[in-house]
Design a protein around this ligand. Structure first.
Ligand code: ATP
Length: 265
């Protein structure tokens, strides 16, 4: 039986796409047939994060009725199947978000897990992914504005007949984990299903266009994402120790030295 999760936020930039890409990759690595669809059709990022920005057919064409789902499905890391959205404004204008229901109808026959990266904010194209999922997962940062916007998304999900499984708190200062968990559960009224620490390797992995769970598998954020994926997949995972931040690479070191010199001049 397929399980459909929509990864939503409310406020933009909370790490929704990072979580979607890495959870999808981990589920695939755990041997689950998994597909990630970028339903953020106005501000698509999945393709950019995975280096698929130049693919010829995207979800835009499928939602415009000029291509079929299989034409827009690509192989990603660890065997994850990816349906990226396009980045053109014209493609966005021609895409009909209501058609996501038809796309899902096809995908649910083929996969064990379908992850949908939803748009941030409250918009017409954002409502369908909230309504069609089995469960919605909110990705929220510890800041008040992020919590308030996540609460609005939770309420909207319920209004359209969807269900929120819980929230993932991303970019957490590890020393404040207990306080923030209690606060989040109280304000949002949903369980915290994962806590991902602030981790500079996230940005490095994103620049390299490789999911952090593959590029830096022992990094603190990777370990947190692996735990969430294992819980969703219902598999036991041995405890792994986080390794310190990745060593500075040659390019980083070169840039740092170069800029230091320039600053001194
Ligand atoms: N745990 C983390 N530690 C440090 N940086 C992070 C973490 N998670 C995400 N980021 C960084 O935060 C930025 C925003 O992440 P991302 O693009 O995933 O957010 P988003 O919610 O999908 O944004 P949008 O609303 O624009 O779609 C990126 O630069 C990403 O590398």
């Amino acid at each position: 039986m397929v399980k459909v999760y929509t990864i939503a936020s409310g406020k933009g930039g909370t790490g929704k796409t990072t979580v979607s890409v890495n959870l999808g990759t981990m589920l695939a690595q755990l041997g689950k047939e998994t597909c990630l669809m970028d339903a953020d059709i106005g501000m698509a990022n999945v393709g950019l994060i995975l280096g698929m920005q130049d693919v010829p057919v995207t979800l835009h064409e499928v939602l415009a009725g000029t291509a079929v789902v299989s034409d827009a499905t690509y192989s990603g890391p660890a065997g994850l199947k990816v349906i990226p959205s396009g980045i053109s404004l014209q493609g966005f204008q021609q895409a009909d978000p209501e058609k996501i229901r038809d796309v899902m109808g096809e995908l649910v026959k083929k996969f064990e897990f379908l992850l949908i990266d939803a748009p941030a904010g409250i918009s017409r194209d954002g409502v369908v992914p909230l309504a069609v999922a089995d469960e919605v997962i909110l990705v929220v940062n510890p800041e008040l504005s992020s919590i308030v916007d996540a609460l609005k998304t939770k309420i909207l999900t319920e209004v359209v007949g969807g269900h929120v499984l819980g929230c993932i708190i991303n970019r957490v200062d590890q020393e404040k984990t207990d306080v923030i968990t209690k606060k989040m559960e109280k304000v949002l009224g949903v369980p915290v299903i994962g806590i991902i620490p602030e981790d500079s390797n996230t940005r490095r992995a994103s620049s390299a266009k490789v999911p952090i769970v593959i590029k830096y598998p022992s990094s603190p954020a990777s370990l947190a994402i692996k735990r969430i994926a294992a819980d969703l997949a219902g598999v036991e995972m041995a405890e792994e120790k986080a390794s310190p931040a990745a060593k500075e690479g040659f390019v980083d070191r070169f840039t740092r030295v170069l800029f230091k010199r320039k600053e001194k001049q």
